[in-house]
Design a protein around this ligand. Structure first.
Ligand code: NAD
Ligand code: USQ
Length: 393
């Protein structure tokens, strides 16, 4: 298959590009390298050093004799995007290429707007480029479990059968996203559904949970193929952050009560989920949603788990509950369905103590690169004087 991976220089995209290339697919990475620029802008860096985009694709060819093409293009640049899509004539496009941090999108108006322009214009351009140059190609788009929020009912895969006034319909599941970033994903889903209904495009929306881990067989093959490992308060996700904190002897930073429950998956399952979606394309005109996670955990459960594994490694780990910088439910019902990918062959990798110990060990090996000032949360969802209690008073 000829696969165009938009955002292929990022955390999920890099691992997926190499995984697909190793399995004989003809992979082109299209990436604006915006993420590297955002890191520089905010003084952040991956804990594990990552080679430049050019250097890593060259290294892949050296190690495997397989080529991955690299196009440094921004998906918001429609002409450049179309040139690549027309040239490659892909069988499938995997779209990872967006600003994906909730805190980044909540820093200020400028970051919220940049997130929306980058993600929404990019997604629209991908849909128009498909319509014009590859209408039969399958779009596999990364969405997020965070589109649904935390409703007090079970979360279905994209759609809900609703009975109302004696009539019934299968409608998009109600969305209650928790940040300006998550809002862009809701808008993308609407765009995808519309483009499939209207133009007959075929799309799979992968509503992915929080990814953890850093190693896949391919990224482990050489230091120059290493994947990013984010631990900072803007791009670091919760389990990866806890493992770095444990390695440092830094208290594990639970925001609020810690009852926040989310879907999680190992990055080794991310790459397999994308492969499964590609192997079983949506029909022409079909828009379908797969909830892409393997297990559900609360933040407090994860902290306790990491502390226990760290103790086994001789590391004393404290857990702290910080005032929550976000607006989110801290104790809530959470039960999400994830049967579609399993039905198509996903054999989940459960979170094992060995995975946590491995992440702690990688962090310990790079501890001189850790900037502890980047750990405490600094982006608040609302200024203190805007808290609802005050607003009501
Ligand atoms: P990342 O920041 O590591 O990678 C995103 C990549 O996209 C970067 O290389 C960036 O340069 C590129 N990019 C951004 N805007 C672009 C544009 N306009 N044109 C071209 N390239 C662009 O993020 P990630 O963690 O790999 O996430 C990838 C996708 O998966 C995102 O869409 C994200 O919303 C989704 N996702 C991630 C997670 C997670 O836990 N990491 C969980 C659920 C969903
Ligand atoms: N949290 C802590 N302590 C921390 C960091 C986070 O308690 O040190 C809490 C947050 O308050 C939140 C939960 O952990 O309740 C998850 O936060 P996160 O930063 O790990 O993940 P999130 O902001 O939800 O975003 C990440 C990715 C995003 C993706 C999303 C999937 O950055 O791209 O869309 O996970 S999901 O959570 O399913 O929406």
């Amino acid at each position: 298959m000829k696969v165009l991976v938009i955002g292929g220089d990022g955390y999920c995209g890099w691992a997926t590009s190499l995984y697909l290339s190793a399995r004989g697919h003809e992979v082109t990475i299209l990436d604006s390298l915006a993420r590297r620029a955002w890191d520089r802008e905010h003084g952040l860096d991956s804990l594990v050093p990552i080679a430049s985009a050019r250097r890593r694709v060259d290294e892949w060819t050296r190690v495997t004799r397989r080529a991955v093409r690299l196009e440094t293009v921004d998906a918001t640049d429609y002409e450049a995007l179309c040139r690549v899509v027309a040239e490659i004539a892909p069988d499938a496009i995997v779209h990872f290429g967006q600003q994906r941090s909730a805190p980044f999108s909540m820093i200020d108006r400028d970051h919220a707007v940049r997130t929306h322009v980058n993600n929404t214009v990019g997604n629209l351009n991908v849909l128009w480029a498909l319509r014009e140059y590859a209408p039969d190609a399958h779009l596999v788009k990364l969405g997020t479990m965070g589109e649904y929020g935390t409703p007090n009912i079970d979360i279905e895969e994209g759609f809900l059968v609703v009975e109302h006034q004696g009539r019934s319909d299968r409608l998009p599941f109600p969305k209650q996203p928790g940040s300006f970033y998550h809002l862009t994903k809701v808008s993308d889903s609407d765009q995808l559904f519309f483009a499939c209904r209207t133009w007959g495009l075929r799309a799979t929306d992968l509503n992915q949970g929080i990814v953890y881990g850093t190693l896949t067989a391919e990224t482990a093959a050489s230091p120059a193929l290493a994947n990013r490992y984010d631990y900072d308060h803007i791009f670091g996700t919760v389990l990866n952050r806890f493992c770095v904190q444990a390695a440092l002897g830094h208290p594990l930073t639970i925001y609020g009560q810690g009852g926040q429950t989310r879907g999680f998956l190992d990055i080794r399952d991310t790459v397999r989920c994308v492969e499964i979606a590609l192997e079983h394309p949506a029909q022409a005109g079909e828009y379908r949603v797969f909830n892409q996670f393997t297990e559900m955990f609360s933040v407090a459960e994860l902290a306790e788990r990491v502390a226990r594994v760290a103790a086994g490694l001789g590391l004393a780990t404290e857990i702290v509950r910080l005032p929550n910088p976000r607006s989110e439910r801290e104790e809530h019902y959470y039960n999400a369905r994830n049967t579609n990918l399993r039905a198509l062959g996903l054999d989940p990798t459960p979170l094992g103590d060995a995975t946590i110990a491995g992440l702690i060990a990688i962090a310990a090996a790079h501890r001189e690169r850790i900037d502890v000032r980047l750990i405490p949360p600094r982006v608040a969802w609302r200024p203190p004087h805007d808290a609802p209690e005050r607003a009501v008073a």
